[in-house]
Design a protein around this ligand. Structure first.
Ligand SMILES: C[S@@+](CC[C@H](N)C(=O)[O-])C[C@H]1O[C@@H](n2cnc3c(N)ncnc32)[C@H](O)[C@@H]1O
Length: 275
């Protein structure tokens, strides 16, 4: 099992010769919201699912820094939300944001989905390819079992994966090179490399590198690496069914286009009900 999200450095570490005094981007988790600021379609989709389910109790698995959580909490002020993530840095960013907004309906838990204990949930979600990080299919099934056990019968689970693109699986190296500017005068250059593809285990090694240019003229680097696994629809459905879910629909996007009907490769958006 590889669930490590390794944040390799801390720009404020006094023992690091490249240390700069810049509290804003202290680790990769603190850059996340800026990087994904324009990814909004899936947020709207998950909000719609939540409004439709009108849950009293909801869990979000792999909540990260709260890209979706915060919007959910604002839209559904009467819903108790449990926000689960294994990455302490990300949970800390979420907790800061909850405090800053005065939201007290969200309980954060820094733990693995595999260890989650919950009951009587009406709705569970795992937005933005969370289960891709679970690189062992046995662990993947353990996660599904935990989610199923925590839902009431008839409770809903909505999550997504990417649909693996066969041509892209043959590519390695640089897959993204981007520049971000925040409103405080920071410029952030980001590259993402995918290497060491293991076509037997369906895994790859992802390295994200960030160079932050501060308004004062300082520079520092952040690095993050992890393994992910690509899952094909045909292998996931039996795991879902074994965990006690009925597959209501699998779509290829967040607009409700059924799998196989939209442009290739699309995503895998699962709508499940606990039997
Ligand atoms: C791509 S991020 C998505 C974050 C957030 N859901 C969003 O939409 O922005 C995947 C998240 O899942 C978390 N994660 C992956 N596997 C996990 C596991 N087994 N248990 C808990 N969290 C996990 C990671 O730490 C990461 O924050």
């Amino acid at each position: 099992m590889d669930l490590n999200h390794d944040n390799a450095n801390n720009p404020n570490d006094p023992n690091d010769p490249k240390s700069v005094n810049d509290p804003k981007y202290r680790n990769v988790a603190s850059v996340y919201d800026l990087v994904y600021e324009t990814r909004t379609e899936d947020v709207e989709f998950y909000l719609e699912q939540a409004v439709k389910a009108a849950p009293l109790r909801l869990a979000e698995f792999g909540c990260g820094t709260g890209r979706v959580t915060l919007k959910l909490a604002e839209r559904l002020p009467d819903t108790r939300i449990i926000a689960v993530d294994m990455d302490a840095d990300e949970v800390e960013v979420l907790e800061d944001s909850l405090r800053a907004r005065g939201i007290d309906t969200v309980e954060t838990r820094c733990e693995l989905i595999q260890d989650f204990e919950g009951e009587d949930l009406d709705l569970a979600i795992a937005p933005f390819r969370v289960f891709q990080h679970v690189t062992d299919p046995v662990e993947f099934e353990a996660c599904l079992n935990r989610v199923a056990r925590s839902l009431r019968p008839g409770g809903v689970f909505v999550f997504d994966l990417f649909n693996p693109s066969v041509p892209l699986l043959a590519r390695t190296g640089l897959i993204a090179s981007q520049v971000f500017e925040d409103g405080d005068g920071h410029r952030i250059e980001r590259t993402v490399n995918v290497n060491d593809r293991d076509h037997f285990r369906q895994t790859q090694f992802v390295e994200e590198d960030y160079t932050v240019f501060t308004p004062e003229g300082g520079t520092y680097d952040l690095h993050w690496h992890y393994h992910t696994r690509y899952y094909f629809l045909g292998e996931v459905v039996p795991l879902i069914e074994r965990a006690g879910f009925e597959v209501v629909r699998v779509d290829s996007d967040y607009r409700g286009t059924p799998f196989g009907k939209g442009p290739y490769p699309g995503d895998l958006v699962f709508h499940l009900v606990r039997k």
